[in-house]
Design a protein around this ligand. Sequence first.
Ligand SMILES: Cc1cc2nc3c(=O)[nH]c(=O)nc-3n(C[C@H](O)[C@H](O)[C@H](O)COP(=O)(O)OP(=O)(O)OC[C@H]3O[C@@H](n4cnc5c(N)ncnc54)[C@H](O)[C@@H]3O)c2cc1C
Length: 375
Amino acid sequence: MSVSSVPDCLVVGGGVVGLSLAYELAVHGASVQLIDRRTTGREASWAGAGILPPANLRTAIDPLDRLRALSHQLHREWAVRLLEETGIDNGYRECGGLYLARSAGEVAALHAFAEMLRDIEIDIERLSPAEAAELEPALSEVANGSLKAAYSLPGEAQLRNPDHLQALRLACEGRGVKILVNCEAKQFECSNGRVTAVQTCAGELSAGRYCVTSGAWTQMLLMQLGVSTGIIPIRGQMVMFRCGTPPFRRVLNEGPRYLVPRDDGRVLVGSTEEEVGFDKSTTEQGVGELVDLARQLIPALRDAPIEKSWAGLRPGSFDSFPYIGRVPGLDNAFAAAGHYRSGLHMAPATAVVLRELMFGAKPQVDLTPFRVGRG
Ligand SMILES: Cc1cc2nc3c(=O)[nH]c(=O)nc-3n(C[C@H](O)[C@H](O)[C@H](O)COP(=O)(O)OP(=O)(O)OC[C@H]3O[C@@H](n4cnc5c(N)ncnc54)[C@H](O)[C@@H]3O)c2cc1C
């Protein structure tokens, strides 16, 4: 869109949200610069599990459901495009999911969740414990013991987020996005209701439009633009086991915890939710709880080595909705952050609706509930 050396858009933050936006903008012909204070795709987006719960765009009515559902559809398309453009398989697999309950409280919550999904016509099937074990023989022991309820969600998918991020970065570069790493945005300059530049540790950068996609760190930047978002870091710890072959095929969910099987036999187990500021360390207790859960559900994990554990900082918001939109009072400043537990899932649709907004089209999802500056 621009022929000058000042890019059409400057994206501040190279997690999955910023990279997806840069990619979407570049696909539509915009010139884009993306900066990251470290390197791209090494924070929450790298730490996450990559679960993509099912969604139905035809029946989704409320904006959050629509954002999720549009993303769900786009993931399938983007996986194909990213493979074509970069040669990287991002690990998108329509593997299905099983939702399990072993306590009375979990059973009640699971039935209510299933009802909600049926209302929006998402394919979900109640299973007896024996049927769950038939689908996933690795669950036989728990099915004969403490398992009280189970549902199958064939529409659940997963992607391998480190590969997805690498593919996004390469695809961005292939489409001319200029990526500057070790470049922290420090201070915005504004004049007459517009951002005119951003001061970074690599000097002053200017663009036609600016978008803050800095994950859990967004609050600090938006405060400079006069907006308080209430985005806070919520730590999530993860553990990865290594097995010779995948001991099960579907994502296994129990309450807020889950086990994700990768094609190569690795199994991810997550995750905790902790308010501990910007501390990304793991704890003995957090890791211990995840290991216990995994070994209770899947006997094969009792002997499997733990390859690694880590933690990431989800960008949480006070009402669990992301912030997607224009920064109030500034014509050319936008933000997309606060996707909490669903940023990997919702990134493609976030990128599409933001690109529409940034270039004057009507976003295909109503962004009112996501407005920046809501309190
Ligand atoms: C343990 C765990 C499990 C998860 N599992 C899932 C899942 O299964 N499915 C799902 O959909 N989501 C999941 N999530 C959530 C998901 O990872 C996040 O919602 C998503 O990654 C947020 O992406 P982001 O781009 O906003 O933030 P980030 O990935 O954190 O990226 C923000 C980027 O901004 C950069 N930055 C910060 N400040 C500045 C600055 N001043 N200047 C320049 N750059 C800056 C950072 O260096 C970083 O690279 C999980 C998260 C965690 C932690």
